[in-house]
Design a protein around this ligand. Structure first.
Ligand code: GLN
Length: 489
């Protein structure tokens, strides 16, 4: 059955503008695809049929009267971590299974003003904790390239929905790799912006000093279009950067002549799968042929990013998640004996195993007596990691390497070993610790599965990353490959 639509946002916008299709037709087609394929994929937690069709009808009216914005009429999906007014926002957790926000996250609001039609909310690891989407209360999402493999996490539902052609674009969030790693595993393009470029208001908090929302789509050009809509100062988010939004699309055509690409030797050592390495090396050669120069660099504390991150992120999570106590909102247990029982059982029933593990680790790391030994030490390592990037950027313009050490792994293969799962994040975590922008773009295949190339930039240099990715996509068609969904009979 060939029901998928592999057109990019740019192509869909063109088709709408030419009158070749309508928003209602696009939205109905997307809903039909979700009905046909999502039973097998499980990429959506909630589909908002009526409201999507209502918005599509309104979008068609705007197109007809000439008042369309750049995304008017195009159906997209939001990771279920972004609050959507009147539409359940679960964060992948039983704790918020009954939570219907009274307001839209700034990202949702801005994409609505840019005209996008919200079709539903995508599956994710509970509270964005995970690298495989297997920590979702709603069951694992599957990788459309091989239904026995994970799509990556925590934004696995968004990545799978885009890769499978259910929607052309979706939002994601990246605290330690959750946009880039699933983008790599599913063969799509994803951008984690500089910390502070995209508002966190209404994005359910995991680790506030690391969380950042961003676009997931088929191409760098589409990510540029989405980022223009999503980015920009938000007076309601105190960590939001006060900078004008760049015109990212205008800068896509930049020449790569003389671009200095740093290749961190630590990203090519032990643990990197040879098939992934071969794809990345070929992609780097392609960059050389476009006029870029390659320079070996060192990011000596790369290995320390895992222990530092897995102290800092759980510490912040343990405080952020203390609000889910069964009283203010969220899941409440039945017939509590007393207040203590109400707190304990509501949290025990509402949170899954990985979330409970992080709360325990984080609470321990922040407790008096251990604070200096763990949390403070991790913050010092974080500072060193940021310093290593700053020194590297004295001699190079961007840094390139693999997004992940291997291709998408089999469902269930790492669930019993949290540390093996944490090792998956080795090339992505340090970027969040340093607050830098980075993206993953499709660079080839290994064993029939997509491989992602990661590009890391200096603070607020999204335009340079998007341009470098776009130039690669002008010369390759890896990002145009689509999975042949083999549905179980
Ligand atoms: N895998 C990492 C974690 O579990 C990163 C998740 C994310 O970026 N949200 O914390």
């Amino acid at each position: 059955m060939s029901v998928t639509d592999s057109r990019s946002l740019t192509e869909l916008a063109q088709a709408l503008a030419n009158g070749d299709t309508s928003s209602v037709a696009l939205t109905e087609a997307a809903l039909t695809r979700i009905d046909a394929l999502d039973g097998a994929l499980n990429s959506f937690i909630t589909v908002d049929r009526e409201s999507a069709l209502r918005d599509a009808t309104a979008a068609d009216a705007r197109i007809a009267d000439g008042s369309a914005a750049p995304l008017t009429g195009i159906p997209i999906a939001h990771k279920d971590i972004f609050c959507t007014r009147g539409l359940r926002t679960s964060c992948g957790s039983r704790m918020l299974d009954n939570f219907t926000p009274p307001y839209d996250a700034t990202v949702v609001e801005r994409l609505r003003s840019a005209g996008a039609v919200v079709i539903g909310k995508t599956n994710m690891d509970e509270f964005a904790m995970g690298s495989s989407n297997e920590n979702s209360f709603y069951g694992p999402c599957k990788n459309p390239w091989d239904l026995n493999r994970v799509p990556g996490g925590s934004s696995g539902g968004s990545a799978a929905a885009v890769a499978a052609g259910l929607v052309a674009a979706a939002t994601g969030t990246d605290t330690g790799g959750s946009i880039r790693q699933p983008a790599a595993f599913c063969g799509i393009t994803g951008l984690k912006p500089t910390y502070g470029l995209v508002s966190r208001l209404g994005m359910i908090a995991y680790a506030s000093s690391l969380d950042q929302g961003g676009p997931m789509a088929r191409s760098a050009e589409d990510c540029a279009l989405l980022l223009e809509a999503m980015a920009g100062h938000d007076p309601r988010d105190s960590t939001s950067a006060q900078r004008p939004v760049a015109n990212y699309r205008e800068q896509l055509a930049q020449s790569l002549d003389g671009l200095r690409i740093g290749i961190p030797k630590e990203y090519f050592g032990e643990g990197l799968d040879s098939g992934v390495a071969a794809v990345i090396e070929a992609a780097l050669k392609e960059y050389e042929s476009m006029g870029a120069t390659l320079h070996e660099i060192s990011l000596p504390r790369t290995a320390l990013s895992i222990p530092a991150y897995y102290v800092i992120a759980p510490a912040e999570a343990s405080t952020n998640l203390s609000r889910y106590d069964g009283v203010r909102y969220g899941h409440r247990c039945d017939n509590p004996k007393d207040l203590e029982d109400l707190y304990t059982r509501s949290r025990e029933e509402g949170f899954g195993a990985e979330v409970q593990r992080r709360i325990l680790v984080g609470t321990y790391a922040l407790s008096s007596g251990y604070y200096d030994a763990y949390y403070k030490k991790a913050q010092q390592v974080r500072r060193f990691i940021a310093g290593d990037f700053a020194s590297a950027f004295e001699s190079v313009d961007v840094i390139a390497g693999p997004t992940t050490p291997g291709i998408a792994f089999a469902l269930g293969s790492k669930t019993s070993d949290p540390t093996a799962m944490y090792l998956e994040d080795i090339y992505t975590l340090s970027v969040n610790l340093a607050g830098l922008p980075a993206m993953s773009l499709p660079a080839g295949f290994s064993q029939g599965m997509p491989v992602g190339l990661q590009l890391i930039g200096q603070h607020f240099e999204e335009a340079r990353l998007l341009g470098a990715a776009h130039q690669f996509q002008q010369r390759s068609d890896w990002h145009r490959q689509t999975p042949k969904l083999e549905l179980p009979a």
